[in-house]
Design a protein around this ligand. Structure first.
Ligand SMILES: [Zn+2]
Length: 114
């Protein structure tokens, strides 16, 4: 069990840059976030990398930077993005089903009337 956890954590670490640059696909981002929720050491790792990724450039230009708040916002934004795309996917899927049903009904009507 411990071994598996280490592998998951290692993978998480590798994905951090991709996550911060929004280069993960939805499935990968979801896995990433669910591990983020469940693993304390990876949460710490992400905040360190986030500090380097987003914090240092800001500090150099003299802007204020609130690590925890901005990281929380980044996480929330990522979750919303995934959710929104999921909803869109679901809509497209429902439309497809509706079309199939509509075609089916008109075919049945044709058979019935002609
Ligand atoms: Zn972990």
């Amino acid at each position: 069990m411990k071994k598996r956890r280490e592998i998951v954590c290692k993978r998480f670490e590798e994905l951090i840059p991709a996550f911060l640059e929004d280069r993960l696909n939805d499935a990968a981002a979801e896995d990433f976030l669910s591990h983020f929720d469940s693993c304390r050491s990876c949460r710490e790792e992400l905040s360190i990398q986030y500090l380097v990724y987003a914090g240092l450039p800001k500090l150099e230009t003299g802007e204020t930077f609130h690590l925890n708040r901005e990281l929380a916002e980044t996480i929330t934004a990522a979750r919303e993005r995934i959710l929104r795309r999921k909803k869109l996917g679901f809509c497209a899927y429902s439309m497809e089903i509706l079309t199939i049903v509509a075609v089916g009904i008109s075919a049945a009507l044709m058979v019935f009337f002609f």
